[in-house]
Design a protein around this ligand. Structure first.
Ligand SMILES: NC(=O)C1=CN([C@@H]2O[C@H](COP(=O)(O)OP(=O)(O)OC[C@H]3O[C@@H](n4cnc5c(N)ncnc54)[C@H](OP(=O)(O)O)[C@@H]3O)[C@@H](O)[C@H]2O)C=CC1
Ligand SMILES: CC(C)(CO)C(=O)C(=O)O
Length: 312
């Protein structure tokens, strides 16, 4: 399959690497030193499942150079989606499939503001990976898995085609009965731990030691469930319980990627996580005081990080 990886960091780089390794024609949109390194030495993937290096069909920062892809996998951060979508508008055609793998519950609606709904699939992924050096992606945790599907949950020919491509690339993948619910389940889990982790600046093990912080997390999750329900998403107490089973089991050294961005003073996904819950709560008349407290405490730092990033 002709695949474009738009944003080849932790997730885009890993899954793009696996898809290229399996013989797909993979083009990569990257930039800066990362792009230079990929052009020079290929994309190196260091993984607990085995290391490998691939040479992409093309690595570029210029979308116009890319041969029309059949599948575009979005590997950018959720707050980078509007810009990516605006750029992709110039190449989209009716046969292209666009698969967002970001954390966040607003990615699909943000894509739909710019691109035709017919091109867009729903998706998410499980993996712990990051760019460890220009041209190099390191995968340190979780069996990498992509969950994806049509927005109407139909088992269409095109999703079956992607399923075959992922399976042949040894990527564990699932087409669920309800993709929106799966996106919200992951969102519930990640939003419950990420920003509070950024605020407390300690790993999950340290947060778990505090009954007060565990209670805050439960309240965060409860508010997310209420907002989801007001939007017609059937998140329920069993999903919260399942999220906390994961939270309780994860290695004590765990920090979420958004938490690390906050702690490193980088622009983060705060707006798309707790910020989105606050915004949607206000719109739908659902109180979200705990998410708002966490969001408002981190917002000044987020604004500072964005100003700094823009000035570089
Ligand atoms: N990393 C992980 O373990 C997991 C992450 N996720 C989610 O996946 C999403 C992506 O995260 P992650 O992979 O960690 O993020 P990264 O920052 O590692 O990767 C994003 C990449 O996209 C690049 N990019 C963004 N815009 C452009 C552009 N216009 N042109 C070229 N390159 C661009 C970035 O470059 P630059 O650095 O120059 O901006 C960066 O290399 C997030 O929503 C995250 O929450 C989900 C599961 C696990
Ligand atoms: C917690 C984790 C690694 C799970 O996939 C994640 O999604 C993130 O750090 O953003």
């Amino acid at each position: 399959m002709r695949i474009l990886i738009y944003g080849a960091g932790g997730i885009g780089g890993y899954f793009g690497g696996r898809l290229a390794q399996a013989g797909n024609s993979v083009s990569i949109i990257a930039r800066g030193k990362h792009l230079e390194a990929i052009k020079k030495n290929g994309l190196e993937v260091e993984s607990i499942n085995g290391n490998f290096t691939i040479t992409p069909s093309l690595a570029t920062d210029n979308l116009k150079e890319v041969e029309t892809p059949e599948l575009i996998i979005l590997g950018v951060k959720s707050w980078q989606i509007p810009d990516a979508a605006t750029e992709l508008k110039s190449i989209i055609n009716e046969n292209m499939m666009l698969l967002p793998l970001q954390n966040g519950a607003s990615n699909i609606e943000n894509l739909m503001k710019v691109l035709p709904e017919a091109n867009i699939l729903g998706g998410l992924c499980h993996i712990v990976s990051f760019m460890s050096a220009p041209g190099k992606i390191t995968h340190v945790g979780f069996e990498p898995k992509i969950t994806f599907g049509e927005l109407d949950n139909s088992k269409s020919t095109r999703v079956k085609k992607i399923e075959k491509v992922f399976t042949e690339a040894n990527i564990t993948n699932v087409i669920p009965d309800d993709i929106s619910l799966e996106v919200w389940k992951k969102f519930l889990f990640i939003t419950t731990i990420s920003a509070l982790g950024g605020l407390t600046r300690v790993n999950l093990g340290k947060m778990r030691e505090s009954e007060y912080l565990m209670d805050l997390m439960r309240k965060t999750a409860e508010e997310i469930k209420m907002v989801a329900n007001a939007k017609g998403i059937a998140l329920n107490d069993e999903h919260i319980k399942a999220a906390f089973e994961v939270i309780n089991k994860l290695d004590s050294k765990t920090t979420a990627s958004t938490q690390r961005d906050i702690m490193e003073g980088k622009p983060s996904e705060l707006d798309n996580f707790n910020g989105y819950i606050v915004k949607e709560g206000n719109r739908l008349g659902v109180p979200t005081p705990v998410n708002q407290f966490i969001y408002e405490c981190l917002l000044p730092m987020e604004k500072q990080a964005r100003m700094l990033a823009e000035s570089i």
